[in-house]
Design a protein around this ligand. Sequence first.
Ligand SMILES: [Zn+2]
Length: 88
Amino acid sequence: MKTIACPTCDQDVQWDMNDLQKLKARWVMVCEKCGDSLFSVSEEEKEMILVGIRLTEEYVPDIIHAYHNEDVKKLPSRVWFGEIKKSK
Ligand SMILES: [Zn+2]
């Protein structure tokens, strides 16, 4: 479970990749505060993200620190995330 800032309402939102909701052909994460979708991914992208998260947790346990040190705007990701504030 992680907390990010919703890009629409700027509220802290708890999220977990396992909580993605299926909407037609895509998987979406909806802000519980304003109802806007935080992001949406295809089935294939979802699988890639889940694998990526697993590998990251195995090899980069300090992901928050690593994320802050990375210039995320330069990364070639098509999936956009709000700022990660904390995780537990
Ligand atoms: Zn929101």
